[in-house]
Design a protein around this ligand. Sequence first.
Ligand code: HEM
Length: 138
Amino acid sequence: MPPVLIALYGLHILATLFWLLSSFILARSMGAGSQKMFRWQMLAATLAVFSGGGLWSLFHRGLFGPPEMVLAAGALCAIVAAGVQGALVGGPIRRMKSGALSQEQAFAKMTKGQRLGAGLLAVALLTMVSAPHAGHPF
Ligand code: HEM
């Protein structure tokens, strides 16, 4: 495999696993730490989407068989996870700073956002790992 492909795969796996694990940990901590981690999570989400798009255009361009359907479902979960975290983690952080939300309300929303994000990203991980085997009888 050419080094540039190894780097793209590595970047994709590092970014997506950081995003997934940080979401799980922040969900377990009831949202505590989300203020510091949110920007890194969104950076990881951006890298995940661009590196995933790069891998798609290199390996799956013009195809839409069972592996691509499974991958597309996973990519959709990841994009929804980014939106959910933007709305339920990023939004409450801003509104808590401006005084529009109490700490208690904000942390309740952040916990929900991290939980939903983690669940969607776990489904995305399952699809990514199983996609290469989709459509094979064994
Ligand atoms: C928009 C978001 C995403 C896109 C477009 C995307 C796309 C891709 C593509 C095209 C591949 C290469 C599949 C192949 O080898 O043919 C891949 C691999 C992989 N992706 Fe993603 N991905 C996204 C998000 C995620 C997320 C959120 C996770 C985990 C939480 C993830 C984990 C992985 C893993 C572990 C692999 C390697 C699978 C393997 O080779 O067994 N991806 N992804």
